[in-house]
Design a protein around this ligand. Structure first.
Ligand code: SAJ
Length: 429
């Protein structure tokens, strides 16, 4: 049914999706506003870190099935995977989706399909169809002509985990929310090209809400774990032992407390619900607040330990205190520092004026806000050797392997359960 497919946005989702379609023998035109991204891909190289993607892109470009450009060209289907950030007051910013709609509108023709994959507030697919209709008044769209529209429009959210994107794009089930039955049918035949999971039909609004629900559910579960960690500290209970015991119940599955919730999805998407229905989304909002507060709470624990050092060694000043911060990434075993609670905490510790020894085995240099005279990137052993306080902020595999060394330290703030006395919590991540 589809011979030429265009992917708008060649980031963490768009590029792997484009590549999988090209690997199935479809002619794929990848579109990105960044000339650098386009040039990199056309050389058969990649601009993001994701296992297996480099080989797939190289092969797709070499075979001639994948080509990148900055300007949309005619195709039979257009998939949009562009960012949906939010503003400082947690309002969703749909400008990238609108810009994508305006950019593809001139090349649309009767019979084409447009699919939105970006996470977005409920009603965005309808807005997208309206923006397209405004740009192309001579074509008909599903909001007015449903099954007989010239252009069909659907929403199909991605649900892949960074680090496992290539596998999960193929294996995960997908919810397909067409604005008409024809749109759902067409979108399902497109995803059948590379998806082995089930393709489940819904309407566009339900599919949009489904994506927000999945990430909000995880945020609420993590918030409960984080709240338990704060409660247990007050009640002198080991939260890791507690959760491990509670999870032995066949219908209980509490996630892990941590330094807070980071990344570009779980900490963002619940706000799309809260913004739409602020009075009703009470648990959703509270979960966000609890998870954001957890980073402040961890920082306070570190400050207390630093005060202990200064009380015990009055000859020392703040500038002499050495604090090892273990982990900067937003979650274990990745190199992505964006929206990371560990980075936020480490920066705040550096702001106190002590010497911060950051340990992040997945990066080679500190950049941006982390470039400070009193903040150094160090190997784990060197940092442990001279640290007055050790803070475990991310449970990287390499830290787990060194747990006996870390746990020997006198003053440790461990917010990820690395050295918990009952370090037997089942891994349910
Ligand atoms: N975290 C905890 N405790 C846990 C699990 C996670 O504190 O028990 C923290 C992590 O350290 C991290 C944050 O939560 O800071 C988010 O990490 P994550 O692994 O929960 O999720 P993401 O952001 O990498 O990916 C999520 C996934 N959503 C769900 O699992 C419901 C993924 O499937 C989505 O495709 C992705 O969001 C997305 O793109 O929306």
């Amino acid at each position: 049914m589809f011979n030429t497919i265009s992917m708008i946005g060649l980031g963490y989702i768009g590029l792997p999706t484009a590549t999988l379609l090209a690997a199935r023998g479809k002619k794929v035109i990848g579109v990105d506003i960044s000339q650098l991204v386009v040039d990199t891909i056309n050389k058969g190289e990649i601009h993001i870190v994701e296992p297996e993607l480099d080989m797939l892109v190289k092969a797709a470009v070499a075979s001639g099935y994948l080509r990148a450009t900055t300007k949309p060209e005619p195709a039979e289907a257009f998939l949009i995977a562009v960012p949906t950030p939010f503003s400082d007051d947690h309002k969703p910013d749909l400008s990238y989706i609108k810009a994508a709609a305006i950019s593809i509108a001139p090349v649309l023709k009767k019979g084409d399909l447009v699919i939105l994959e970006s996470t977005a507030p409920v009603g965005t697919t309808e807005k997208l169809a309206e923006w397209l209709a405004q740009e192309r008044p001579m074509l008909s769209f599903p909001q007015h002509d449903a099954e007989t529209a010239d252009i069909q429009v659907a929403y199909c959210p991605e649900r892949v985990l960074p680090g496992r994107v290539v596998h999960e794009l193929v294996e995960n089930d997908r919810v397909i929310g067409g604005m008409s039955r024809a749109a759902t049918f067409m979108a399902a035949s497109l995803y059948k090209i590379f998806v082995q999971g089930d393709l489940i039909a819904a309407n566009a609004r339900t599919a949009e809400m489904c994506k927000l629900t999945e990430n909000s559910y995880r945020d609420v579960n993590i918030a409960f774990a984080n709240e338990l960690s704060i409660i247990c500290e007050k009640l002198d209970i080991d939260v890791w032992e507690l959760i491990s015991l509670a999870n032995r119940h066949p219908r209980v599955n509490i996630l892990h407390p941590g330094a807070g919730v980071g990344g570009h999805c779980i900490a963002v998407d619940p706000w799309f619900i809260i913004d739409a229905v602020p009075d009703e989304a009470r648990i959703t909002r509270t979960a966000r607040e609890v998870n954001d507060y957890k980073s402040d709470w961890v920082f306070d624990k570190i400050k207390t330990k630093i005060t202990d050092v200064l009380d015990a060694q009055p000859f020392k000043s703040m500038a002499d205190v050495k604090v090892a911060c273990l982990g900067l990434a937003f979650k274990p075993d990745i190199d992505d520092l964006r929206e990371s609670p560990a980075v936020e905490i480490t920066e705040k510790v550096a702001h106190l004026g002590c010497q911060v020894q950051a340990v992040e085995p997945n990066i080679e240099v500190l950049t941006g806000k982390l470039v400070k005279p009193n903040l150094k990137l160090m190997p784990l052993e060197a940092a442990l050797n001279c640290a007055d306080v050790v803070c475990v902020l991310v449970k990287h595999r390499s830290f787990v392997e060194m747990v006996s060394e870390i746990s020997k330290h006198l003053r440790v703030v461990d917010c990820v359960g690395l050295i918990a006395k009952s370090n037997m919590i089942e891994e349910r991540s």
